[in-house]
Design a protein. Structure first.
Length: 117
């Protein structure tokens, strides 16, 4: 059974950094692209970053986080990370990692990130 467990969220001031982690199990991790999404209150869930399978050589970012966030993966540990620098109040949201297997999307429980001004 696929499980995704996020951690690393918290309350920080604007300009600070956080590193989110997502532990995956129950899947052939290295063969799957991985995604970070976020959802702020009253907003739809939005894609923040993605990383390709295997070497993770291809990454994509939402325009709003490009240059501040970095997604990475460690296939040996079955982990995906989101390094978030220069955080802004508008980054406040619940952050989720996600993957897709056999046309089904899997989500973790999410981790709250709150950025105060």
């Amino acid at each position: 059974q696929v499980q995704l467990v996020e951690s690393g969220g918290g309350l920080v001031q604007a300009g600070a950094s956080l590193r989110l982690s997502c532990a995956a199990s129950g899947m052939l991790f290295s063969s799957k692209p991985m995604y970070w999404y976020r959802q702020a209150p009253g907003n739809q869930r939005e894609l923040v970053a993605s990383i390709s399978s295997n070497s993770g050589s291809t990454t994509t970012y939402a325009h709003s986080v490009k240059g501040r966030f970095t997604i990475s993966r460690d296939n040996a540990k079955k982990m995906v990370y989101l390094q978030m620098n220069s955080l802004k109040p508008e980054d406040t949201a619940v952050y989720y990692c996600s993957c897709r297997l056999k046309s089904r999307d899997y989500w973790g429980q999410g981790t709250q990130v709150t950025v105060s001004s």
